[in-house]
Design a protein around this ligand. Structure first.
Ligand SMILES: NC(=O)C1=CN([C@@H]2O[C@H](COP(=O)(O)OP(=O)(O)OC[C@H]3O[C@@H](n4cnc5c(N)ncnc54)[C@H](OP(=O)(O)O)[C@@H]3O)[C@@H](O)[C@H]2O)C=CC1
Ligand SMILES: O=C(O)[C@@H]1CCC=N1
Length: 257
């Protein structure tokens, strides 16, 4: 299945790498387009079978899937310049650009489109990827789920929920990293070297995520298991609540929507 990726930045580059590592689309069926040649050279050095170009039209000609991974404010000019065929499938990674707006940029307003919101962990094949569809068949939706489940966990959701879910996942990964950074600062004050602290905390965060993802459980249940009555964890948990931790997270996610 010929696939074009327009934009080889954080998202486009990582999606290209993930696709090339996956089993659904052979690497030599993938073509990546980007203005800066050096980004293409890096990709080509890692995956020699990938095709690269600086010409967006060359990339999309003959492609079945077209993944648009440029900044939101470039989407209009980039898409409008492409000569697209009705049967091609357009996949936009741009946060905040609804289908209604994308449809204005293409000749066939009824063409199949997807909105795709990964997070930066896609480079580690550990993305939470949100997918919304418009004029897509069940088979096309399943294809997208199969492709992006190989790069972490993919979920199909209605477009009206995508902004909220983006705040929780694509923005949310930065909040989790903020927790890691803050916990490292506490460790440094208590004499733990940053490089050691970073690994300790990252593994703790990974462990917390695995508990939730691998078991039919709930954060409250897992927190209860850690908090010994009269013990030390509950002192920290209560301090977090006195300082408005839950409230800060709720407000941050709502602010990012
Ligand atoms: N970063 C994130 O966590 C997430 C980002 N997104 C969305 O992904 C999209 C891309 O973001 P991100 O990857 O972070 O941004 P980057 O700036 O890292 O990548 C954008 C890429 O687009 C390239 N580009 C610029 N102009 C053109 C053009 N005319 N034709 C082809 N390529 C072009 C840039 O190339 P050059 O540098 O050579 O100019 C750059 O490599 C955005 O729309 C964003 O909303 C969605 C979810 C999460
Ligand atoms: O901050 C942003 O706008 C992008 C979209 C989601 C994550 N990063």
């Amino acid at each position: 299945m010929k696939t074009a990726i327009i934009g080889a930045g954080n998202m486009g580059g990582s999606i290209a790498r993930g696709l090339a590592k996956g089993t659904i689309i052979p690497a030599n069926d993938i073509i990546v387009s980007n203005p800066t040649q050096s980004k293409l050279d890096v990709l080509k050095a890692e995956f020699p079978a990938l095709q690269t170009t600086r010409d967006n039209q060359e990339a999309v000609t003959g492609a079945e899937l077209i993944i648009l991974a440029v900044k939101p404010w470039l989407m209009k000019s980039v898409v409008s310049e492409l000569k697209l065929k009705s049967k091609q499938i357009l996949i936009s990674v741009a946060a905040g650009i609804p289908f209604e707006e994308l449809a204005h940029y293409v000749a066939d307003k009824e063409m199949t489109m997807f909105r795709l919101i990964p997070n930066t962990a896609i480079s580690e094949m550990e993305s939470m990827t949100l997918i919304s569809s418009r004029n897509a068949s069940k088979e096309q939706e399943q294809l997208l789920l199969d492709i992006f489940n190989q790069m972490g966990l993919a979920m199909l959701i209605p477009e009206e929920k995508i902004a909220a879910a983006t705040a929780m996942t694509s923005c949310g990964i930065a909040y989790v990293l903020k927790y890691i950074q803050a916990a490292m600062q506490a460790g440094i004050e208590m004499g733990i070297y940053p490089k050691d602290g970073m690994r300790m905390i990252a593994q703790s965060v990974k462990g917390a995520a695995e508990l939730i993802l691998n078991n039919d459980t709930h954060p409250s249940v897992e927190i209860d298991k850690v908090c010994t009555p009269g013990g030390i964890t509950i002192k920290g948990i209560n301090e977090l609540e006195h300082r408005g931790f839950s409230s800060a997270i709720i407000n941050a996610i709502k602010a990012s929507k």
